[in-house]
Design a binder for this molecule. Structure first.
Ligand code: SF4
Length: 60
């Protein structure tokens, strides 16, 4: 189990207000970059998120 809180996270849109894109902790420009270690690299989580969005659009 994990918990997460960031002042830049917009819950309603599930987006980063700072970077104006998907919230993927540890991604380039994220306040957590270089301060936290992640089990799955940010680049891989970005790739997965993009894939999920692509699949969602294909089913609509
Ligand atoms: S990407 Fe980083 S800075 Fe942006 S909302 Fe997520 S944790 Fe916060």
């Amino acid at each position: 189990m994990s918990s997460f809180s960031c002042q830049h996270y917009e819950v309603a849109a599930d987006r980063c207000l700072l970077l104006k894109t998907d919230c993927v902790p540890g991604r380039k420009g994220c306040v957590l970059k270089n301060t936290c270690k992640f089990a799955i690299p940010a680049e891989e989580r970005i790739r997965r998120k993009e894939e999920e969005k692509r699949q969602r659009h294909e089913t609509i």
